[in-house]
Design a protein around this ligand. Sequence first.
Ligand SMILES: Nc1ncnc2c1ncn2[C@@H]1O[C@H](COP(=O)(O)OP(=O)(O)OP(=O)(O)O)[C@@H](O)[C@H]1O
Ligand SMILES: [Mg+2]
Length: 380
Amino acid sequence: MKIDKKEVLKALENITVPGEGKNMVDSGAVKNIQIFGDEVEVDITIGNPSLQARKKTEVEILKIIHQKVYEKAKIKVNIKVEAAAAKPKVNEIKGKPIPGIQNIIAVASGKGGVGKSTVTANLAVTLAKMGFKVGLLDADIYGPSMPIMFDVANEKPLAITVDGKSKMKPVENYGVKLLSIGFFTQPNQAVIWRGPMASKALNQMIFDAHWGELDFMLLDLPPGTGDIHLSIMQAMPVTGAVVVSTPQEVALADAKKGVAMFQQDSINVPVLGIVENMAYFTPEELPNNKYYIFGKEGAKHLAEDLNVPFLGEIPLVQSIREAGDIGRPAALQTATPIEKAFEELTKNVVQELVARNKSLPPTEAIKITTMAGCSAVKKK
Ligand SMILES: Nc1ncnc2c1ncn2[C@@H]1O[C@H](COP(=O)(O)OP(=O)(O)OP(=O)(O)O)[C@@H](O)[C@H]1O
Ligand SMILES: [Mg+2]
């Protein structure tokens, strides 16, 4: 008799863990199932520490496998008790994932001008260099900077027909597909956006665009932590957030608010970690000299205090600024310390994302409904 693991899982769906509303498979209590011939070993974790609850669960598992899978199966049940507080906070936001797009990473800061867009652009080209399919959505409704940073300010997304529907084709450069709110506004024109308008425009750039298959979609957010962010974050299923800060006190205070914004109940997006940008100044001709002009390791310490991962540090280097202005992200300069710093950062982001995807269910968007100029958030 060959026992099928899937059948065991299906059988376990009939059991509800004490103290949990869901069955033990859906609640994530079943950690591992191993089959050796007619032996089944089940590892589960439950939140209820009482011996009685453990015994009851064990008996139920034995019973259901004998009943539904194989009456002569030899079963071993390993039960681990997990303190309720130690459980990862499961994302409760439910909605629909975007077809074809695996991961959406939002880059935010709190304070303006700390280098969000620079970090986002360089993350994007580094991911593309690593062989990932990458899209970048410039959601900075106050000052979109991606068209310049990717040297495509004079281009416009084309309309193409896909499956009989008209879609926007993202502009592409350096292996990164790009859409920016800047493609749709006049240069020098101040745009006043309200939250619902901004999320509508962003929704169109996601759902009415032909992105194709993407491993990563990076989202460059505007500075701050206001209502506009709430609207943007609620309009799309953001997998994780990266918070950029300089080591300076004022930037750190705002970065802290940025982290808190993602962690608040109505947003609840996992924070992948904090990046320290402009960590120190290095003159290009003296690469070993480091000047901590904004303070030392401030963002690193903040990450430790907030118990979120520290993703890496990027020095303040003139060529990073120049590269941004020319429209060719600095990480494209091969065999330089800058390329290396961005590679290090990108690897850490990917690593945190993989860990996040293992431990938490996908984030899913909440639907925003617009009512007479104000936005109401409705859970799907
Ligand atoms: N590591 C760096 N070294 C040198 N210059 C940098 C670095 N990071 C960013 N800059 C420069 O600092 C300025 C602000 O950066 P950037 O536009 O990326 O910040 P931002 O946080 O996106 O700003 P905003 O809040 O306005 O969107 C730009 O001129 C950019 O080229
Ligand atoms: Mg920016």
